[in-house]
Design a binder for this molecule. Structure first.
Ligand SMILES: [Zn+2]
Length: 623
């Protein structure tokens, strides 16, 4: 297996080609609609991905907010390129030992999904031939680019896609690695390291959706597949592994298809609507009414290769269904899963008869209210099934939350870049690079060593802070005078452990002021660090302040005096054990006391007080 990454990181330096703020908004003040058509370029050829998208005939609606401008609406030429964004990309290039280009030429890259009002994305090559060293291995960094982010997809409805302009034009640094990654774990680690380098520039935007990864995966004999737009870094490993497994399975299917001399006869799909008229429920229940047709296509030699074996990656059935979905159908039904959906043995036999389909043959059925769309779906299914005999078609695939991927569109052609004539080339002068070299930020490894040293916390904890994107809150809380060890524990252990209200509930992200107030309560002795999980849970479920949370969690009003008298009481009640077992009595009594205290006092304070009390009782009794 070989894999390569493209890491896209948003920068917090305004927009790339206008002066608007780079903030997402929920306020919509205006909207307008556009459509896109595919046209041939200078060579006369039309990009396949563009042609497919145009054939969907979609209307694109754009929502503008209070700070949207004419550049974003493509009613005004772009302003000069954001210099701070360029400096950030150059800084990253230097951190990756790459060679900056002499002159930055902004290009237009055709984008076919309506996510740019212009129909293209502006992109500029900043540096080439970089290198990343990680865990004793070297990964090439062929290119580092600066580009504008696309508009944010808000919703899709039949025939229409709505985007919001707030995200359009936010600068993205794109770092591409060579195909030297050989495992899913390595892919995740390389992505984490690039992420840490990007954050080292202090210009990376933070939060969900600010980093997106495209993962290119191929196995021997397979084809490059691009899984586009992975937002959760921890999922990269799974996407890579499952894509490699999918390709392996599809190659096995190919070999079997070739053994069987399988193929798809070049005949038109057959209208079999009549056979389905009696079905009263399921996908075929409307057959013959309101123009709903059922079309069938025979697949010679495909029997048994459509349905997936239990607990394995999917075989061809889902690949074919994705093609039907790409023209707007809900899916298809194939012969490996029949009888089902009200399709009886008798109907299957009749279908086989009409299709001249033998027991080694398969067929697929689609149903739709428009004959044309049903035909288009089966034409795509036929093309995909023929490709299965050849091998694995190159594709762009969408990542799904469960770790699987889904067909999105063909890999775009190579000829889809042309110069952006509205932006003059920008020379990268030696003095600019000298200035950036002089203020180059620390690399993650240097940063970790320094933090571990200056704060006296273990390097593993520092790594969790740096790679977990926790450096900013860590430094801010530490700079407010809170104990670094306490801050590190809060950020790396207590906060991630706060239970979420539901699987789709947002992460609990208290403000720095709230965290600071909680740390202050611990430092003042009003709260034990053992009580932090209860306080966070109370805050997550709506407590307005730390004081309210302490009250609500029942952690208030347990003073030093309360603790001392509790310990006296416990030791007194167990005085026989203390006298006979001596120091060995400590552990069981500590357990008893901790259960009563429930995080209201500090653990170390409790153990010291208990030890002292045990010693006092033993001294009194002379044991
Ligand atoms: Zn603007």
């Amino acid at each position: 297996m070989k894999a390569g990454l493209e890491v896209h990181q948003q920068l917090a330096v305004g927009k790339l080609f206008c002066a608007c703020p780079a903030e997402l908004t929920e306020t919509v003040t205006d909207s307008f609609a556009r459509s896109l058509r595919a046209a041939g370029g200078e060579s006369g050829t039309v990009d396949v991905a563009a042609a497919l998208q145009a054939s969907r005939g979609l209307l694109y609606r754009y929502e503008a907010g209070p700070s949207s401008c004419l550049v974003e609406m493509d009613e005004e030429p772009p302003h000069p390129l954001n210099e701070e964004a360029l400096d950030t990309a150059l800084t990253l290039a230097l951190l990756l030992h790459a060679h900056p280009v002499d002159e930055v030429e902004v290009m237009r890259k055709i984008v076919v999904d309506g996510s740019n009002t212009t129909g293209f994305q502006r992109t500029a090559l900043i540096a080439v031939d970089g290198e990343l060293e990680l865990g004793g291995r070297r990964y090439s960094i062929p290119t580092i680019c600066l580009e504008e982010d696309a508009a944010r997809k808000i919703r899709e409805s039949p025939g229409e896609v709505t985007y919001r302009l707030d995200r359009l034009g936010i600068p993205l640094v794109e770092v591409a690695t060579g195909p030297e990654i050989v495992s899913g774990q390595e892919a995740r680690e390389v992505a984490e390291e690039i992420g840490a380098l990007l954050r080292a520039t202090k210009r990376a935007r933070r939060g969900i959706g600010t980093v997106r990864e495209d993962v290119n995966v191929s196995i021997e004999g397979g084809h490059r597949i691009e899984v586009k737009g992975v937002q959760e870094l921890r999922m990269i490993q799974e996407y890579v592994e499952r894509e490699a497994a999918r390709q392996k399975l599809l190659l096995e299917v190919r070999d079997e298809l070739r053994r069987r001399n399988a193929g798809v006869p070049p005949v038109d799909p057959l209208d079999v609507t009549e056979l389905f008229r009696a079905i009263v429920s399921g996908p075929f229940s409307g057959a013959g009414r309101g123009g709903q047709v059922v079309l069938a296509l025979g697949l010679t030699g495909f029997a048994g290769l459509l349905r997936s074996p239990p607990r394995s990656e999917e075989r061809l059935g889902r690949e074919l269904a994705d093609q039907a979905r790409s023209v707007g159908l809900r899916g298809l039904v194939h012969s490996d899963e029949l009888p089902a959906y009200g399709v009886s043995e008798a109907i299957v036999a009749a279908l086989r008869d009409r299709l001249s389909s033998g027991e080694m043959d398969a067929f697929v059925l689609v149903t739709d209210h428009t004959r044309e769309r049903a035909r288009a779906a089966l034409n795509r299914v036929a093309r995909r099934a023929r490709a299965a005999v050849e091998g694995i078609p190159g594709e762009t695939r969408d990542p799904l939350p469960d770790g699987r991927t889904r067909y999105s569109r063909p890999l775009p052609g190579r000829d889809r870049m042309y110069p952006e004539t509205d932006i003059p080339p920008i020379a990268i002068r030696a003095d600019r690079l000298d200035r950036l070299r002089a203020q180059l930020p620390e690399r993650p490894a240097e940063l970790e060593a320094r933090l571990a040293r200056s704060h006296g916390i273990p390097i593993e904890v520092v790594q969790q802070i740096v790679y977990g994107d926790l450096l900013e809150p860590f430094e801010q809380l530490a700079s407010r005078g809170h104990a670094p060890g306490l801050v590190a524990r809060l950020l790396t252990q207590d906060l991630p452990a706060v239970p979420r209200a539901g699987p789709d509930a947002p992460l609990f992200e208290p403000s720095l002021d709230t965290l600071s107030a909680m740390l202050a309560a611990i430092e003042a002795g009003r709260l034990a660090k053992e009580g932090v999980p209860s306080i966070l849970a109370a805050l997550a479920s709506g407590a307005s302040t730390v004081e309210v949370a302490i009250e609500r969690a029942g952690l208030s009003g347990f003073s030093r005096d309360d603790l001392v008298s509790l310990i006296r009481r416990v030791v007194q009640a167990n005085s026989a054990m203390v006298r006979t077992r001596g120091d060995a009595a400590f552990s069981p009594l500590m357990g008893d006391v901790m259960r009563e205290v429930r995080g209201r006092r500090d653990g170390q304070e409790i153990s010291e007080t208990l030890r002292a009390e045990i010693a006092r009782v033993r001294a009194e009794s002379g044991s």
